[in-house]
Design a protein around this ligand. Structure first.
Ligand code: NDP
Length: 491
């Protein structure tokens, strides 16, 4: 290189405005080669195993146990002993101390857990760092506060713990769903057997180390890993008193059938096909941000994702144009890069499901838009996608895609918006964008959805109950309501 060329190379103005890579270091996470099941405070060597991978690179991260019926039985036995041996009769203020400790340790180790969450699940580090981890800690803090106030939460109803809770969680928010399940269960004096999803077991396994640090008595929380067969063994176990399940509507229905007549308590948090409804008087740019957050957050792997955009006809064109322009700025790629907006699809199976539904959308006549973006060669990826020209009968408007795919429909009047929004077997969430407070209230009263967000989307708070209607399930998690499924009452 000549002197002159070197000078040019050091030009102060960058050639373009793309972001430089900003990868978060993996060094903070120390992975074992092999993990067992966490039963009775100890690691149980698994009889059967499988490998867990990083969906962004397809590299194997560790060997994981595939819990058999016998191993599930040991976990339930350990939970039962811990329940009888003192946990259920411990004063609430003592239980609270453990929950507070867990919350503090989650905060202290949040970077390590966030990196591991992104590595194993594919979600962008800025989401696991700024959303999953703070919310998981907040959940433990929140329920720690209730542990010694159950008599006040349910006056004159003599609340008592249920017993052993079997908890089965999905892969989209592995640690956060663990917190949603374990925190209220423990606050109410129950013990737990939890199964993380097959594809994302690692943060649940690292959480066992958090429990060790917090000196939680052995057997109060037991973690068994494996696929649906392990989940079915937990549901089936005669000594489990309550099942809490988050996952697909299909499996949820099967569990409900299986438990009918068993006397076990059950809560189901299932799928959704939320309408995000945009009126012509809204702040348009803000709404575009809300739409993007509603469907591309966590690659659209969100049960309450705003996957159906209902736009008032008069602003359809400017809104769709702004949305497409915004999509061009989304950065898809390495989940561990701090600039990444859309990470990897969680598994090959999920990618195939998204591809199948997107192909169905094109075949049925919807118009597809994907911004130009280069997807990495290895791993599972899907570009942010918008479908316009969508009819309500299309599969992409009816079925849960659980990917970064938005279907745009239009409406003219508020009545039509309500009609279309409720035209789904699901009922988990909805969004309303308008400057009129009265319209927000009018809509919220008519939308058949467990959560209605106004001029925002995908906001969560541990004090706010979350759950569905219709095929989105029943029971609430979060808030005072989230205690009830983990209690029995003398009535
Ligand atoms: P599943 O409902 O199969 O998985 C949820 C959890 O249940 C996982 O831990 C799973 O284990 C376990 N499980 C599977 N079968 C059984 C069974 N018979 N008895 C007890 N537990 C069982 O969801 P998928 O992961 O298969 O995803 C399929 C679709 O479900 C997605 O495309 C999406 O549409 C929807 N979904 C919705 C979620 C939500 O939050 N509402 C979350 C996840 C998925 P394993 O990991 O081995 O499958």
């Amino acid at each position: 290189m000549t002197d002159l060329e070197r000078k040019h190379d050091r030009a102060p103005v960058p050639r373009d405005w793309t972001y430089a890579p900003a990868p978060e270091s993996r060094e903070i996470v120390r992975l074992d080669e092999r993990y067992g099941h966490f039963v009775g405070g100890e690691w149980l060597e698994p009889a059967e195993t499988y490998e867990t991978i990083s969906p962004a690179s397809e590299e194997t991260l560790a060997t994981i146990g595939q819990a058999t019926r016998e191993e599930v039985d040991r976990a339930v036995g350990a939970a039962r002993s811990a329940f009888a041996d003192g946990w259920s009769s411990l004063p609430g203020s003592e239980r609270a101390k453990y929950l507070f400790r867990i919350a503090r340790i989650l905060q202290e180790r949040s970077r390590e857990l966030a990196v591991l969450e992104s590595l194993n699940g594919g979600k962008p580090i800025k989401e696991s760092r700024d959303v999953d981890l703070p919310l998981a800690a907040a959940h433990f803090f929140y329920y720690a506060g209730w542990a010694d106030k159950l008599e006040y939460a349910f006056p004159n109803r003599a609340p008592r713990p249920v017993g052993v809770a079997g908890q089965i969680i999905p892969w989209n928010f592995p640690l956060l769903m663990l917190a949603w399940k374990i925190a209220p269960a423990l606050a109410c004096g129950n013990t737990v057997v939890l199964k993380p999803a097959e594809t994302t077991p690692l943060t649940a396994l690292l959480f066992c180390d958090v429990l060790r640090q917090a000196e939680l008595p052995a057997g109060v929380v037991n973690i068994v890993t494996g696929d649906g067969r392990t989940g079915a063994a937990i549901v089936d176990h005669a000594d489990v008193d309550k099942i809490a399940f988050t996952g697909s509507t299909e499996v949820g229905k099967a569990i409900q059938r299986q438990l009918a007549g068993s006397g076990k308590k059950l809560t189901l948090e299932l799928g959704g096909k939320a309408a995000n409804i945009v009126f012509d008087d809204c702040a348009l740019d803000q709404a575009v941000e809300g739409i993007v957050n509603g469907i591309y957050f966590n690659q659209g792997h969100v049960c309450c994702a705003g996957s159906r955009l209902l736009v008032q006809e008069s602003i359809y064109e400017p809104l769709v144009e702004k949305l497409k322009r915004r999509l061009e700025t989304l950065r898809v790629g390495d989940p561990l890069d701090k600039n990444t907006d859309v990470g990897a699809i969680n598994s090959r199976m999920q990618l195939e499901k998204i591809q199948e539904l997107v192909a169905a959308g094109e075949e049925e006549g919807a118009e597809i838009y994907q911004p130009p973006c280069r997807l990495p060669e290895k791993g599972y990826w899907f570009a942010p996608t918008v479908f316009t020209n969508v009819a309500q009968s299309y599969r992409i408007a009816q079925e849960e895609i659980f990917g970064p795919v938005l279907s745009v429909l239009t409406f003219r009047t508020p009545e039509e918006a309500v009609e279309k929004a409720n035209n789904t077997p699901y009922g988990l969430s909805a969004g309303v964008w308008t400057e009129k407070g009265s319209r927000i209230l009018w809509m919220a009263q008519r939308l058949r959805a467990g959560v209605v967000w106004a001029n925002t989307f995908n906001r969560f708070d541990p004090s706010s109950p979350f759950g569905g209607y219709k095929e989105s399930g029943f029971g609430r998690e979060g808030g005072l309501h989230g205690l009830e499924p983990y209690l029995r009452f003398d009535e």
